[in-house]
Each structure stands twice: as C-alpha cells, then as structure tokens.
Design a protein around this ligand. Sequence first.
Ligand code: AQP
Length: 342
Amino acid sequence: MNRIFSGVQPSGNLHLGNYLGAIRNFVALQKDFDCIYCVVDQHAITLWQDPEVLRQRTREVTAGYLAAGIDPKTSVIFNQSQVAAHSQLAWVFNCVTRIGWLNRMTQFKDKAGKNREKASSGLYVYPNLMAADILVYKATHVPVGEDQKQHLELTRDIAQKFNNDYGVEYFPIVEPLIQGTATRVMSLRDGSKKMSSSDPSDAARINMTDDADTVAKKIRRATSDSDLLPDSSAIGADGQFTAAFREARPEAANLLTIYAALTDRGLTDVVDGFAGKGFADFKKELTDVAVASLGQMGEEMKRMVEDSQYVDSILREGAERARAIAQPIIDEVYDIVGFLRP
Ligand code: AQP
C-alpha cells in the first residue's frame, strides 16, 4: 500500500518556500493516498527554541496545514513529540547509520556553520530521526522541497542497511516526491540563497501570515536586476530556466518561477507573457497573485491559532491515530533486533 509521510518544523514562520515546495503538494496528494502530516517539533529543538514560542509555532504550522486544505478527517495531522515511536525507532537507526554517512550531510554543515564543536548532537543525528519519522509508518512516498533530497537518500540507505543487517525485507525503500515548478524557492534579497525561516532578514521571505501591504512591500523591494524580463530562450528542454540563466539572473528566475507556481501556469507561458517588460509592472502582478493565493489562508491561520483548543484537539486525535499505526511497527522492529518485550 502506498502511504505518504511528510513534516514541517515549527522553528520559524511558515513561508512561501514551505507552501510551494511542500504544503501545497501535501493537499493535492490527499485525494490519491493515505497521508500522514507531522509537525516535527523534535527536529525543531536541534537548535534551541523558546518553549512558549515553540508551542505557539507548533499550533501555527498545524493551522497552516488546515488553512491550506489538509483535511484532518482523512489525513493524519499531529506533532511528533506526542508519538514516542519516532524516538524509539530513531535510536535503532542511530545504531544502523554510519558516521561517515552523517558527515556528508550538507544541511548539518550549513546549520552548524564554522562552530561545529558547539552544535547539538541532535542536529548531527537529525537525518536518523527523519528516517524514523518516515519508516515508523512504513511510508512509501515523501513529498518535500529539493533541499531535503539528500536526507531522503540517506533514509533509503538506512532502510536498505537495516534490511541487510537483519536479513529481512522489512522497510520499504522510499521515493521522494519533489513536485511542482517551485521546488526551491529562493530568498527575495539574494537569489542564490534558499528562502528560509532562519534567514535573519524577514524581508527575504514571504510569510504565510503576511498581510497584503507587507507582501506588496516585500515584493516591491525584492532584489532584481537592470535588464528587461527574458524571453523563452532562457528556458531549457526540461521546462525550467537553464542553469546559465539562473546563474546570471537568479532573482529574475526566482520571481518568475514563483509567479508560474502561484498561477499554476507553465514557465514558458509566463515568460512569453512578460518578455521584454520591466520588473516594476511584473512585480505589481506578482503581488496581486501572491495576495490572492495567500491572503485568505493567512487570515484563517491567524483565526485558528487564536482558538488553540480546536488546534490542540486536532493534534490529539491525530496523535492517537498515528500511534495506532506506529505501535505494531515498532513492536515488530523490536522483535527483529532482539529486544525482549513483556
Ligand atoms: N525555500 C524552499 N523552497 C522549496 N521548499 C522548501 N522547503 C523549505 N524551504 C523551502 C520545504 O518545506 C518543507 C518543510 O521544511 P522544514 O520544516 O524542514 O524546514 P527547512 O527546510 O529547514 O525550512 P527553512 O525555512 O529553510 O528552515 P531553516 O531555516 O531552519 O533551514 C520541506 O519539505 C522543505 O523541503
């Protein structure tokens, strides 16, 4: 049976990258798959979080899921720390994963920065917990943005090594689903950097809860260049901007890609429509589509966060359903590795 699992960290504001790279795809997948969507609060504390803010952001991500259209009656929505099986399986995977594999993870290098010795050990073994998140439900497909590709390759390696080490065909080899036009949304200030919740500049991202004026201001001030917008010679055979164009004009590529994703139009069609025009007019149109897509969702998120009882009840019910799926799997894993159970 095909099963979807994915998660978002409650470690910052939900932004347009999270929406276009992940959450929007979560919504679309519900009609064909059995889906489990997690708010990964245990991942968030790999970097220190203020406890009260973490609680609030956990509710905010949940509200983001709901406002975007994830249906809690069909999909399972919960926060990771409520289901102990994630940590239980993560420990087993800590003993399966090789240190050399973790040393290659670029996200650890990026997040630990120069001061690696002071990074938490949780940040280092983060990919093992992520593999456990997915495999504790024997999920087969994982919708993510492009930045998570390497972690998913590691999840496949972990599943394979566990199966080999114990001589079983137990865990599935998961398939990443990196879908849509905007699989890597870039910063509004610097088109060579990923749009990210940890960017110190709020102007670098569009938050899902930004109001119309803020969205307009951020897009107006987004870095651009002095050339006119390109024609379709900038698009490669795969329907995406060519690497040469992205390198030469990263901000133009990013803004046009966002426009195409928000309007659900092909990039060639969008580029043809704006070819030879200046950024000012295009940015006005981009603002209109961004506000139309995000405005209502952001308002609904804010309303839901104020009603914490509703959000908490969704998480409670989701956790119960998640535990019911994960428990038999962790029991079987414990039998496979040789843990005595009463
Ligand atoms: N810029 C992005 N473009 C496309 N997809 C993105 N995702 C994140 N940023 C982009 C996707 O969103 C999902 C949840 O991400 P996460 O909770 O793992 O957070 P992250 O990747 O760590 O996101 P941030 O905002 O960039 O946080 P920091 O600053 O902590 O690194 C994932 O599917 C991710 O691919």
